[in-house]
Ligand binder design. Structure first.
Ligand code: NAD
Ligand code: DAU
Length: 345
């Protein structure tokens, strides 16, 4: 019988990419549990709204009662946890929501998964748990955890909780740690969509520090394929790094975006650096490539060009996100909902 998977954070950038991917590539049913924070946008999922294998529930992953209810009601077989507060700059302003969702939320999900003996739990983590690299080397799964931002610390704490559940309770969990994602539907607080939209609107492109920090880019579609493989074929208790060998300096990415949008470099504006700004990330993904036969399919230059084109062609999505209009979509579409406990979610 086809399986049902609880996807958390499915209205966000990568979660929505994953839901489109998994509904197209498999016969599973999906329940999407999302709190619809500022980063959650149901307009990311209009393509699957009418799909009988897709269900949406509005709520928080910390709400154990709700998670238990969903798992029983939909006969959920396993959980893939994308839900998170995900933006480093916001975590520097206020770490509390990062602790609540990324740590307490992950613990709550695992507790219910264990109670109901679900067959699999996949924690979507990040390369930022490893900290920052110098000019040479790459993160492997054996690199020590050395998170530098409150966001990364909260993700690392969640990874440690997952590890402890595997070790203590034989909990059937797998962790993926991916590098920087890009692609359609990314909220324009992150580097690539922010720079594309600012360039299209002839606004300054704010470069932190000297612009020489390095990130290792991967398309969200390639990440989705890796998560699905790790969920279906990954070994319990293992960590899989995911990356596409596409290291670029921020300023290189920004100049490429200017070229693709036909704008001039006078829009580049160097601004104050991010506090504690990690210098370089680079991922060694040999393990998932050799053990699970995953490989990236989208070369960075092609993927970046496609992404710029997507933002140019989806001006309504961009306008709704820029104006906050997308926040009204849920109310218009679904009306006001309460959780199973009767409290508003
Ligand atoms: P995002 O910020 O775009 O989306 C996060 C989603 O989680 C939103 O839909 C939001 O409404 C939801 N959410 C937040 N708090 C919640 C809660 N308490 N309960 C239920 N839902 C909640 O994030 P993203 O960029 O799509 O990242 C998804 C996951 O992938 C995160 O776990 C992130 O740490 C990880 N990751 C991201 C990247 C990247 O480059 N963006 C790279 C590696 C790993
Ligand atoms: O490495 C994976 C991580 O990548 C994920 O875990 C995070 O969720 C995701 O947000 C991302 O973190 P970064 O901090 O690397 O991404 P961000 O897009 O915020 O920044 C990328 C680089 O660009 C970083 O060096 C900071 C710089 N930057 C960012 C912004 C928003 C700028 O120079 N100017 C900006 O305005």
């Amino acid at each position: 019988m086809a399986k049902t998977i609880l996807i958390t954070g499915g209205a966000g950038f990568i979660g929505s990419n994953f839901i489109r991917y998994v509904l197209a590539e498999s016969d599973v049913s999906v329940v999407n549990l999302d709190a619809l924070t500022y980063a959650g946008n149901l307009e990311n999922l209009t393509a699957v709204e009418g799909n009988s294998r897709y269900h949406f529930v509005h709520g928080r992953i910390e709400n154990s009662e709700l998670v238990r209810y969903i798992c029983k009601e939909f006969k959920v077989d396993g959980i893939i946890n994308f839900a998170a507060e995900s933006h480093v700059d916001r975590s520097i302003e206020n770490a509390q929501p990062f602790v609540d969702t990324n740590i307490s939320g992950t613990l709550a999900l695992m507790t219910i998964a264990r109670e109901l003996c679900l067959e699999r739990f996949l924690q979507v983590s990040t390369d930022e748990v490893y900290g920052s690299l110098g000019a040479h080397g790459e993160f492997t799964e054996e690199s020590p955890l050395a998170p530098n931002s409150p966001y990364a610390a909260a993700k690392a704490a969640a990874d440690c909780l997952v590890r402890s559940f595997v070790h203590t309770y034989n909990f059937p969990a797998v962790i993926t740690r991916c590098s920087n994602n890009y692609g359609a539907y990314q909220f324009p607080e992150k580097l690539i969509p922010l720079m594309i939209l600012n360039a299209l609107e002839n606004k300054p492109l704010p470069v932190y520090g000297d612009g020489l920090n390095v990130r290792d880019w991967i398309s969200a579609r390639d990440h989705s394929a890796a998560v699905w493989l790790a969920y279906t074929h990954g070994k319990i208790g293992e960590v899989y790094n995911v990356g596409a060998d596409s290291e670029r300096k921020n300023i290189e990415v920004i100049k490429a975006i200017l070229a693709l949008t036909g704008k001039g470099e006078e829009l580049i504006s160097y601004v104050k650096d991010r506090p504690g700004h990690d210098r370089r990330y680079a991922i060694d993904s040999t393990k998932i490539r050799t053990e699970l036969c995953w490989k990236p399919t989208v070369p960075f230059e092609n993927g970046l060009a496609e992404t710029v084109k997507w933002y140019q062609e989806n001006s309504e999505w961009c306008a709704h996100v820029r104006s906050g209009e997308y926040m009204k979509y849920y109310k218009k579409q679904y009306g006001v909902r309460v959780s199973v406990s009767g409290k508003p979610v």
